[in-house]
Design a protein around this ligand. Structure first.
Ligand code: IVH
Length: 749
């Protein structure tokens, strides 16, 4: 074996020169966005270095730019201890609480000079990077703040992070740096396209994309992810000190480390707050997304004197105004309990009216008692509320430093606030567990009656314009209607004189409105069966199930007696029986041969029955979303008094029976044809109903829940648990532009 030649002094000097030049141009290109070399010229010097190192392998150093992507995939990440712990920050939401922060510092240090640095709070993934004698030696995730994962190989692939610090003199023996890794939104979108094409999981936001990429065990994969980094402070050091945070940032910049592109030095917390707003206004200019601002005391000695408050530094705070995140703060005046159409009791917060994203908000549903407990919401609290896009507003959290002790804990009532009847928690099917929701089970509860009427008249129901929440309440209150069917017996006189106000301050519904409602009711008589099924709110029946029922039955009476539904139930029963008689099953394996022979005979007969039933169920055309639980719940409902009464009244109604709606003819060339699709979140261009209609027109089957049968999840903004579930199941996720491009494809453009 021949040993490679020793590099002549000339070669090693040239290699050093090339490395320095590459590092410089890398910095100009990646950190300063002011390249001086063309890509070609850069490649020339890079290739020259590669050639030199090939000829003289002894020249290769770990901090050579040719060594960014290296090594074999890891089996797992090594845990390493941070030298200085990685802290988090106390959060402030308005100028008032910032002023309290400054007053607090002044109390501790009466000679405090309030000089601050205000900088963006980068919404990425925290990292810590060590430079030993000027060379990058270690990269670590935050982990629990004391220990993180060694992700050195992945961080080395990020071109923003120099492998060697630029230092005029001797580099510091140790520099432990703190910063964030991030990905630009455009790079996330490109990455998602690529992942989607390969049938892999996509990332919902840049932070997930970054953390997913940093957790790649193979650095070659991480290298392809276009990650970036920025540093904003130092942990432990040896051989270098900074008199101020300003000096620290400037020194990092001189060492060619990427630092936030915008920060301010100010005196006084009011000035700091103003600069934080300036930074927030400029957020579109940053390559990273921001999560508010950080306000730091500039003087290092002052910071050291203040030290830590248990877990967070006493010399810096995160500043995040609620409205920066589509949020607002308001006072929660009271919690009232509403009874819904199905009898579920929901607590509703009455808040001081606030204007948020185009609407005035004064009532917010709190969903259930558990949510109130989890968020520790009390009557009298100052709360942060959020309304993103068109979603319903929600209480995000309580501002607990605004509590003064007068707040009251809320408890759910023990009886129905509308009818005084008992409330129960239903057992969940099969188990000992109970539902979270409390319910009033009195079918004659006036609140339930009013909500059923409102639901019937809503746009998603039979669209009786003018008949909303208040009219429904008053009709029930005045004994004019108990069920949607009673609406058809109302006279013009009764409607026109309906008092929507109080006895002392009457406000009648009026002739015109009465006229409109009666006209809409006449129209409703000829609405298709599917619309009726939906509007009547049969148990667990939503839009897609209503469509399936109407497409496979001609009347409600037929549904009530449906053999098709019964077959779905029988099919499930047969499957269950088959499990029981399986002679190879665990329970039967040890039985005597005669018994097992008998079981085998039964099994064969059941298998025949199963095949026959499966064929019949498929031919019935109810579709796979019609499970046995839903089918038996519906049949059971029509056996109850309430169900029988509903059927009787529906049949007695003078309805022009329109032919069953057939689904629109599907476009066979559409990429959506035959696919099972779920829509979640808020879309920009379609309401939920419109999106469903558009998808169905393409021949897609629209269902409500994500399962392993789902082909596509269309995810709008604020997608929640359905998105998470789709991601875990590996379902292909389409955002709205992707949906539109598919629809465009189907249209042939
Ligand atoms: S300073 C001792 N500055 O926010 C101070 N943190 O909630 C420690 N972060 O874990 C943090 N941008 O990951 C600081 N300009 C910035 C930051 C920043 C983002 C992150 C950091 C930290 C978290 C604190």
């Amino acid at each position: 074996m021949t040993t490679p030649p020793d590099p002549p002094a000339r070669a090693s000097a040239r290699a050093a020169e090339l490395r320095q030049s590459i590092a410089k141009h890398n910095h100009l290109y990646h950190n300063l966005a002011t390249p001086e070399l063309s890509d070609r010229d850069f490649d020339l010097i890079y290739d020259e270095l590669v050639a030199l190192e090939l000829a003289y392998p002894a020249l290769v150093t770990t901090d050579s730019p040719t060594q960014r992507v290296g090594g074999e995939p890891l089996k797992e990440f090594r845990r390493v201890r941070h030298i200085a712990p990685m802290l988090s920050l106390e959060k402030k939401e308005d100028l008032h609480t910032l002023t309290l922060f400054e007053a607090d510092v002044r109390r501790k240090l009466p000679d405090f000079n309030p000089e601050y640095i205000v900088e963006p709070k980068i919404d990425g993934v925290s990292i810590s990077v060590h430079y030993v004698d000027g060379s990058l030696s270690l990269g670590v995730t935050r982990g629990d703040g004391d220990e993180g994962d060694d992700i050195t190989a992945n961080l080395r692939t990020i071109p923003d992070i120099p492998l060697r610090l630029a230092c005029a003199g001797k580099p510091p023996a140790l520099l432990e740096l703190r910063g964030e890794a991030f990905m630009m939104e455009a790079d996330r979108i490109a990455l998602n396209e690529d992942l989607r094409a390969r049938g892999e999981k996509t990332f919902a936001n840049t932070r997930n994309a970054t953390s997913g990429s940093l957790k790649q065990l193979d650095p070659r994969l991480a290298a392809k992810r276009r990650l970036r980094a920025v540093f904003y402070s130092v942990g432990a050091t040896d051989g270098i000190d900074f008199a101020s945070h300003e000096a620290e940032l400037e020194s990092l910049r001189r060492m060619h480390l990427p630092v936030p592109g915008l920060w301010f030095k100010v005196v006084g917390i009011t000035a700091a707050e103003a600069k934080a707003r300036t930074i927030k206004e400029q957020e579109g200019e940053f390559p990273f997304e921001i999560d508010g601002c950080v306000i730091k005391i500039n003087d290092t000695a002052t910071c050291a004197r203040l030290g830590l408050k248990t877990n967070v530094p006493a010399y810096a705070v995160a500043y995040k105004r609620p409205e920066w995140f589509g949020e607002a703060t308001t006072k929660l005046k009271n919690i009232v309990v509403q009874v819904g159409r199905t009898g579920v009791l929901s607590p509703v917060a009455e808040v001081e009216t606030v204007f948020l994203e185009g609407t005035n908000i004064s009532r917010i549903t709190l969903h259930n008692a558990e949510e109130i407990k989890r968020k520790d919401i009390r009557i009298g609290d100052t709360v942060v509320i959020k309304r993103a896009g068109r979603v319903i507003p929600a209480v995000v959290r309580v501002v607990d430093d605004r509590r003064d002790g007068s707040e009251r804990i809320f408890t759910m009532p023990e009886s129905c606030p509308a009818c005084g009847g008992p409330v129960v928690q239903r057992n969940l099917s099969g188990g000992a567990a109970t539902e979270v929701a409390l319910r009033c089970e009195n079918p004659n509860c006036p609140a339930q009656q009013a909500r059923r009427i409102e639901y019937f008249a809503a746009r998603s129901g039979l669209n009786i314009e003018g008949l909303g929440e208040i009219v429904a309440d008053k009709l029930v209150e005045r004994n004019l209607a108990q069920s949607p069917f009673d609406l058809f017996n109302l006279t013009r006189e009764q409607l026109a004189t309906l008092n929507l106000g109080t006895v002392t301050e009457p406000r009648v519904f009026g002739e015109k409105n009465a006229e409109r409602v009666l006209a809409a009711l006449t129209q409703a008589r000829s609405a298709p069966l599917q619309k009726w099924i939906q509007a009547l709110g049969l148990p667990s029946v939503g839009e897609s199930t209503a469509i399936a029922l109407a497409a496979t039955h001609t009347t409600l009476a037929e549904i009530a007696q449906s053999e098709k539904l019964a077959r779905v139930v029988t099919l499930a029963d047969v499957k269950e029986e088959l499990k029981q008689v399986n002679p190879r099953g665990k329970a039967n394996r040890a039985r005597d041969p005669a018994t097992r022979a008998g079981l085998a005979e039964k099994e064969a007969a059941l298998k025949d029955k199963l095949t026959r039933l499966q064929g019949e169920v498929a031919a019935d055309g109810l579709g796979s979303e019609f499970g046995p639980a839903l089918a038996s719940e519906l049949l059971a409902y029509f056996a109850t008094d309430a169900g029988k009464e509903l059927l009787r009244r529906f049949t007695a109604l003078d309805r022009t029976d329109v032919a069953t709606d057939k689904p629109p003819p599907a476009n066979p060339d559409s990429p959506l044809a035959g696919k099972t699709v779920v829509v979640t979140g808020t879309l920009q261009h379609y309401s939920r109903g419109e999106a469903h209609a558009v998808l169905r027109a393409q021949g897609a089957k629209v269902t409500d829940n994500v399962s392993n049968k789902t082909d596509f999840l269309i995810a709008g903004s604020d997608a929640g648990s359905k998105l998470t579930k789709a991601q875990t199941l590996g379902v292909t996720i389409l955002d709205e532009p992707a949906l539109q491009s598919m629809l465009g494809q189907a249209a042939g453009d």
